[in-house]
Write a protein that binds this ligand. Structure first.
Ligand code: C2E
Ligand code: CA
Ligand code: CA
Length: 570
């Protein structure tokens, strides 16, 4: 048996009310009556009804108006059937569009028909409600991060757009604080993903407690969270917020029975400081966050004008570098390597230069790191190989001097050693320029040898088998592992210029350089000392048995023609 239908009848016409009550008499219903719109609304909003029968024509307001008010109310959700005296299609449509479930003509009202209409209306309404609820759930799903329950990236960005528009209109400021956990990957890897998830949930809770009610907190994904701080009077407010967030992580989190100390890095971008759109704010906060990470754990960093100009400078540098090779802006300069005994020319080191438009001639220190970051080193390195070998071949055919045995030293970057095309590039540079392999000496630094040692070892052995010579560059500045000298087919040790510079600072420096030269000689290695700037340096090295000298005393790195003028012409 169905429960009795609880009905509210709103109709000013007493006769009609009576007719309806009569029609419903024998049915299982309970009817409450109201004779004005306002009294009906008061009833409807104060208690729950299953169905409201609503007359369209009421003395104080029309039925559509009452309908809208009822549907706007959050409290009760009754089905609503609109009653009218006249047949009126457009009125019926309007009633349905405003949330009524049915529209009945008063003349048609009979007991059976009315009851059926009421039950159907109620059913229809509950189906609609279900649909609304699942819509709502979908929306929540789309806007919420399922793990932490915080807003997700999508809804955060939508909120940010609105907040920026409002702040701009009202000439107020806001800030975005981007937060990234330090070493989260380690937790995930060592404790497993479930624990990683637990950590993120706990972090979300701590963050929720640290922010103010007016701040908006979201998880962007992974271990990245974001806070939108609004109504800012001054930047210190943001610093305080960052400090509160850091403080929230003071106490360790409990994870799988263990205490776990969490730290995070925060990047902050303030509206108006180099960023006026949501996208720019997020980008700037991201850059500031990476800056913070560079400064170590648990740091926060503001995106400032200064940082902005650095970032722009870097972006222009990257852009220019990407095109430099195709635009033929690279050059190779050559620095002489001479015999320590009689300063006879034995070889040249090829050193890369970049003629950057608007900036003049740049040395590798100004761009090599960025080029490495962009992954350009294999390409640039291959070009240097070809260019330098081509130059050496030309000198060999056009000079009559005894320096036909001239060798060329070329620097190899770590990225080149891991590039499968290297062997081919070297072979081609030698072959196309008809150069014997022993003219070529490849310079690598110790740090290059640290990673992938076994693959590198095979590669270097192959090169040595072909007769190519290998030099260990900047010796003494890296790990200086003697293992390297045992495992890799090294011919030459280039002692770093800092050791020569130390000769100017007294006896300990002298003893160290002398011992290094002697050590290399004992191992049967060819020794080059670089950074030789005066004759005292040169004499010291020569006295202690060094083979080759390189430095400003003999020549700076020079463009090919100048080098030839100084060393080769006659
Ligand atoms: P490096 O291989 O140690 O090259 C020697 C550096 O010392 C050169 O700097 C040279 O100009 C400088 N130098 C030479 N004699 C003296 C001297 O008497 N006193 C002083 N103070 N310095 C001297 P440069 O040309 O600026 O090159 C810097 C570094 O860039 C090189 O250091 C090398 O590691 C790298 N590099 C240069 N060209 C290439 C290249 O084609 N490929 C790769 N991968 N690296 C390169
Ligand atoms: Ca070098
Ligand atoms: Ca060096």
């Amino acid at each position: 048996m169905n429960a009795p239908l609880n009905i509210l009848l709103i109709d000013d016409d007493e006769v009609d009310r009576l007719a309806i009550s009569r029609a419903m008499q024998a049915t299982h219903t309970h009817i409450v009556e109201a004779d004005t719109a306002d009294s009906g609304l008061a009833q409807a909003l104060s208690q729950a009804f299953d169905v409201i029968l609503l007359d369209y024509r009421l003395p104080d307001r029309d039925g559509i108006d009452v309908l809208r008010t009822l549907r706007a109310s959050e409290q009760h959700h009754p089905a609503i059937v609109m009653l009218s005296r006249q047949e009126d299609e457009s009125l019926a449509d309007q009633a349905i569009a405003n949330g009524a479930q049915d529209f009945l003509l008063k003349d048609e009202v009979s007991s059976r028909r009315l009851l059926r209409a009421l039950r159907q209306a109620r059913q229809r309404y509950s189906l609609e409600a279900e649909l609304r609820e699942s819509h709502e759930a979908l929306r929540r799903l789309a806007e919420r991060d399922t793990l932490t329950g915080l807003a997700n990236r999508y809804s955060f960005e939508r909120t940010l757009h609105g907040a920026i528009a409002r702040a701009t209109r009202q000439q107020q400021s806001l800030a975005v604080l981007l937060l990234d956990l330090d070493n989260f990957k380690k937790v995930n890897d060592s404790l497993g993903h479930d624990q990683g998830d637990q950590l993120l949930i706990a972090v979300a809770e701590r963050l929720s407690q640290a922010v103010r009610d007016s701040d908006i907190l979201a998880r962007l994904g992974g271990d990245e969270f974001v806070v939108l701080a609004q109504d800012l009077q001054h930047n210190e407010q943001v610093s305080h917020l960052a400090a509160r967030i850091f403080k929230a992580f003071d106490a360790p989190l409990l994870l799988a029975g263990n205490n776990y100390k969490v730290s995070a890095s925060i990047g902050i971008a303030v509206l108006g400081v180099c960023a006026n759109s949501a996208a720019d704010l997020m980008k700037c906060a991201d850059i500031a966050m990476y800056r913070a990470k560079q400064h170590g754990r648990q740091q926060c960093h503001f995106y400032t004008e200064q940082l902005h100009s650095k970032v722009q400078h870097r972006a222009r540098l990257e852009d220019d570098l990407l095109h430099a090779l195709a635009r033929q802006q690279f050059q190779v300069h050559y620095q002489a390597q001479v015999a320590a005994g009689d300063y006879r020319l034995l070889g040249v080191e090829a050193l890369l230069r970049w003629q950057r438009p608007g900036y003049g001639l740049l040395g590798p220190d100004d761009f090599l790191e960025v080029a490495t970051h962009l992954g350009l080193l294999p390409e640039i390195g291959a070009w240097v190989l070809q260019e330098a070998c081509g130059q050496l071949a030309q000198w060999r055919t056009h000079t009559h001097k005894a320096e036909l045995r001239l060798a060329i030293a070329i620097n190899l970057a770590a990225e080149q050693l891991h590039d499968p095309r290297l062997l081919k590039a070297i072979a081609q540079a030698l072959h196309s320029n008809v150069l014997p392999a022993h003219c070529l000496e490849l310079e690598i630094t110790e740090n290059t040898l640290l990673n992938h040692a076994s693959e590198t070892q095979q590669l270097l052995e192959k090169l040595a088998d072909h007769g190519i010579r290998l030099a260990l560059d900047d010796f003494g500045t890296g790990y200086s592992s003697f293992q390297h000298l045992k495992h890799f087919p090294i011919h030459t040790l280039k002692i770093d210029k800092s050791f020569v510079a130390d000769l100017d600072h007294g006896e300990p420096g002298e003893r160290l350089l002398a011992a290094m030269i002697q050590f290399a000689k004992t191992l049967g290695l060819n020794v080059v000392v670089e950074g030789v700037e005066n004759s005292r340096h040169a004499q010291f090295c020569q006295r202690h048995g060094c083979d080759i000298l390189q430095g400003f005393l003999f020549a700076k790195p020079l463009p090919a023609t100048e080098f030839a003028n100084v060393f080769l012409s006659r």
